[in-house]
Ligand binder design. Structure first.
Ligand SMILES: Cc1ncc(COP(=O)(O)O)c(C=O)c1O
Length: 432
């Protein structure tokens, strides 16, 4: 597996050079590898991928989460191939889109109806718009450090370097109109008394509370989600769970099944599209009816149109993925593999005497280089980020691909991958 000795091929060097000239930063989004470690993906299968120089990587990035079944799952490939033969997009309802909406409603406790989008960002954007229309209020409350995609309302206080006093919002990007800052209130994750105090003052101006039930990789404290549910119910404020990461990962019914707390709306992405661009808003029928074009002209009608909404190829991939996840034992197995990796990494950290801790869920977790308990965003600021970057680079040099602060585990990872990964982790930790 170790890919270090294989030099970068001329083809790959040329592609990287072209990317550097034609794509800002040579990349597709916010993260980029160190120049000498950058590579271009050629193909992938199961939990492994290969670059244009023929180097192999164990993939713990998994497309940033969608590839929970692993790359090229045969049932997903077959479903997509069949749909490709019948046409790829129509701007009309199709059987796969209808059946996927039905399956989401069967799986997810809060889901009575579904509206499809192409990305998770759009799903949270439109869930918020529907809540505003339903409640006839404008402001939203989100949690510091919570990520809900890249739209203007979501990119508030996700990564503030020197956070302000709650509930003041700080934009995470240039180009966001300043007026939006006044429309978003920020609360500390896992701090129910502060949430209750903020709602006591601001409930009447709030359209919604949006939360990642498991924020980035921080689990909710016992009683936190239940408390947020209780207080939002008291003030009749729609509660939105952003389940783009947790949906169909923590359990078939997502975080709401796993934690036993049912919100009013939830957003889905990643796994639900089976590796294709599809995401969704799901929830209570009375709120979802704001999307119904028959209400056009009323004060609650929400305009939400997207050329590729519920695209049949993506919906076929999503349906086939969900069918594979319904096979008996799938979640137990992936939790077992991920749990072994998580515990193995925690044991290594302890044995090597590194100041660090492993945080998360067996299917998505990572290491923080700090001994401050990680309960909220501010605690994550104590992480030695340079060390984490060096750790990630040391892993990548040895053929292990992970996110900057996430290790995603798939159903395709094996015990052998865990063994190889732990050997790499050990070397990487020793190199720090
Ligand atoms: C919790 C959460 N919400 C929303 C999004 C945005 O999804 P997308 O990247 O599909 O726009 C993400 C993406 O990682 C996410 O993790």
């Amino acid at each position: 597996m170790t890919s270090e000795p294989t030099p970068r091929s001329k083809d790959e060097a040329d592609l990287l050079d072209l990317a550097g000239r034609r794509l800002p930063g040579g990349v597709l989004g916010g993260s980029r590898q160190r120049d000498d470690l950058a590579f271009v993906v050629k193909r992938a299968s199961g939990a492994h991928l290969w670059d244009w120089s023929g180097r192999e990587y164990i993939d713990y990035l998994l497309g940033s989460g969608p590839m929970f079944l692993g790359h090229g799952h045969p049932a997903v490939t077959a479903a997509v191939t069949e749909q490709l033969r019948d046409g790829t997009t129509f701007f009309m309802v199709t059987e796969p889109a209808i059946r996927l909406a039905d399956e989401i409603c069967r799986a997810v406790p809060c889901a009575e109806q579904v509206r499809f989008t192409s990305t998770g960002s759009e799903a949270t954007f439109f869930a918020l718009r529907a809540a505003r229309a339903f409640r006839h209020r404008d402001k939203i409350l989100k949690f510091e450090g919570g990520y809900h995609g890249s739209h203007d309302y979501a990119l508030m206080s996700q990564t503030p370097k020197s956070p302000k006093a709650f509930p003041a919002a700080m934009p995470d990007s240039a180009g966001i109109p300043h007026v939006i800052e006044g429309e978003v209130l920020i609360a500390p994750y896992n701090d129910l008394p502060t949430v209750e105090a903020l709602l006591a003052v601001h409930a009447d101006s709030l359209a919604a509370v949006i939360v990642e039930p498991f924020q980035r990789i921080i689990p909710p404290r016992e009683g936190f989600l239940e408390g947020v549910r209780r207080v939002t119910q008291r003030y009749e404020i729609p509660l939105i769970f952003d389940e783009v990461v947790t949906g169909f990962r923590f359990a078939y019914g997502g975080a709401q099944e796993h934690y036993g707390v049912t919100p009013d709306l939830a957003t889905y992405g990643k796994i639900v599209g089976g590796g294709f661009p599809l995401a969704a808003v799901a929830g209570r029928a009375d709120i979802m009816s704001c999307f119904d074009p028959r209400t056009m002209g009323t004060s609650t009608f929400v305009s939400q149109v997207g050329t590729l909404n519920g695209n049949p190829v993506a919906a076929a991939a999503g349906l086939a993925s969900l069918a594979a996840l319904r096979e008996p034992g799938v979640y137990d197995r992936v939790r077992g593999i991920g749990g072994a990796l998580m515990t193995g990494l925690a044991d290594l950290v302890k044995r090597l005497g590194v100041t660090a801790q492993v945080v998360g869920h067996p299917t998505v977790f990572d290491v923080f280089f700090t001994d401050t308990p990680i309960l909220d965003y501010r605690a994550t600021l104590t992480n030695d980020n340079r060390k984490l970057t060096r750790f990630n680079e040391a892993c990548l040099k040895r053929g292990v691909l992970k996110g900057h602060s996430k290790i995603y585990v798939s159903c395709a990872h094996t015990e052998d991958d865990v063994k190889r990964m732990l050997a790499v982790f050990e070397e990487a930790l020793k190199e720090l």
